[in-house]
Design a protein. Structure first.
Length: 477
């Protein structure tokens, strides 16, 4: 067994099991053997095969990203930042995202870009919500990250013919076939030789899946002792559709299906009946959600672009609703997501005390780990997996470094993340992902995006060109 010592780190964000909380240690050691921590804090007096100087450094647990779409979102950069449907609840889900999606053959390239960004922002575990494809587990594992493959499948696709109404094209047999493929995908992921791959079942969206598909997914997830994640309560349109079909709010409908519990992750969980953008007093979604034990994947960045926000991180956290953080869109930067989670919570409550740094950090670490059913990641403690980051506290944007986590989240972000380790192996050195050729991947992704942009009129309901749909910030001469 190889022993690595980080000697005399300025700061360590350690886990205190008695307090059930992260805590700061200063000027102490961190030691791991192979892929597990053997000492957090104190002074190591044993032998070490490698010693790292911890002066001017902060050691923090690896971040857990519980909701991401790495095959599609990197290709939306420059297209969707200021785009939503004014007649479809400000969402870009129905009118624009299907039109701008890069082709399936771009998936491996887009994945590399997203994984590189995640690793460089300190993410060590990612829930990859994509469609099943050949070689998927290998592609994720090759980046060095710890991956949870969540193949998505559905019974219907959505589309709009007019920009103000959403229609659904149902193909239940195709959904069932995709579900069967998903089961094979998650079972194979757990057998991956890296030992870092796992699985999760992902019926795509509440409004695109039959009752049977959702129930069967949860039953198979429970049989395998894994989680199920489903997009729900993510748009005004979805709220209205589920209410019209079944007479339930999305949260009530999940509860009706017995699909709202500790083994379920709700992707977004924003539009409860009392959300300010709705008026539906004849329900109590918040209490139902809180009592259920279900987890919520909170992705503040993409929704804030559309003028939409969770109501709110602070409120959910204080009600013991377990919230995890996800990078639902570009940039795949978990530190920025934490910042936005705090700021949006404060803006929406008009209270600077709402949306605290500890809530956001817990969501990105221990609560995220709990959401995906792991008790061996997301914290620095003896026996935990050696998934962690080394932050440069001497970076100019970290200084003055009176409170290192605030300096990191509100100012420095990924720019101060120096080195990252997953399962005891270094995957980022001096801010660069070691197993992802970002320049090459970005060159290829740009070409895929150019091809997609050139043909948007063929997929758009109104036949618009890209300049009409997503104009440049300034006129181009």
């Amino acid at each position: 067994m190889s022993t690595t010592l980080i000697r005399n780190a300025d700061w360590i964000i350690a886990w205190d099991d008695q307090l059930k909380s992260h805590t700061y240690l200063t000027n102490q050691d961190v030691v791991f053997k192979d892929n597990k921590f053997v000492q957090i804090g104190g002074t190591w007096d044993g032998e070490a095969d490698q010693e790292i100087d911890g002066r001017g450094k902060m050691i923090m647990p690896g971040l857990v990203d519980i909701h991401s779409h790495p095959t599609s979102e990197p290709g939306n950069k420059g297209l969707l930042e200021e785009l939503g449907s004014k007649r479809l609840g400000q969402s870009s889900l129905y009118e624009f995202m299907p039109v701008f999606r890069v082709p399936q053959e771009a998936a491996p390239v887009a994945t590399k870009v997203a994984m590189g960004e995640m690793l460089q922002s300190g993410v060590t575990t990612i829930v990859d919500m994509s469609g099943s494809r050949e070689n998927w587990a290998n592609e994720v594992a090759e980046t060095g990250i710890r991956g949870v493959l969540c193949p998505m499948y559905r019974s219907a696709r959505w589309f709009t013919k007019d920009g103000h109404s959403v229609e659904y094209e149902w193909d239940e047999k195709a959904g069932e076939a995709a579900f069967e493929q998903a089961l094979k995908t998650v079972d194979d992921a757990r057998k991956h030789p890296s030992g870092r791959m796992d699985g999760m079942l992902g019926p795509s969206q509440l409004d695109t899946c039959t009752e049977g598909l959702i129930k069967d997914s949860l039953a198979e997830a429970r049989k395998r002792n894994m989680r199920m994640q489903i997009h729900a309560a993510q748009s005004v349109i979805e709220f209205e559709v589920i209410m019209r079909r079944f007479g339930y709010t999305p949260i009530e409908y999940l509860a009706h299906l017995d699909a709202l519990g500790p083994d379920t992750i709700i992707g977004h969980g924003i539009f409860l009946n009392d959300h300010p953008m709705l008026h539906w007093p004849a329900a109590n979604d918040f209490e139902t959600l809180a009592k259920s034990g279900a987890h919520v994947a909170h992705c503040p960045t993409i929704f804030s672009r559309r003028g939409i926000a969770l109501n709110t991180l602070d409120r959910y956290a204080k009600a013991s609703i377990r919230v995890g953080i996800g990078t639902d869109s570009f940039p795949h930067n978990q530190i920025e997501e934490m910042r936005h989670a705090c700021l949006m919570s404060r803006v929406n409550t008009r209270n600077y005390l709402a949306g605290s740094t500890d809530q956001a950090f817990n969501a990105a670490t221990v609560w995220g780990a709990e959401a995906i059913g792991r008790d061996d990641i997301g914290k620095l403690a003896v026996g935990m997996k050696a998934d962690f980051s080394i932050v440069d506290t001497k970076h100019p944007l970290m200084r003055p470094c009176r409170e290192p986590l605030r300096s990191l989240i509100y100012t420095a972000a990924e720019r101060a993340v120096k080195d990252v380790y997953v399962d005891g192996q270094q995957v980022v050195r001096d801010g660069k992902a070691l197993y992802v050729d970002m320049d090459s991947a970005l060159d290829q992704l740009e070409e895929f995006q150019r091809e997609t942009v050139a043909t948007v009129s063929e997929r758009d309901w109104a036949g618009r060109q890209i300049e009409e749909m997503s104009p440049m910030v300034f006129p181009q001469k």
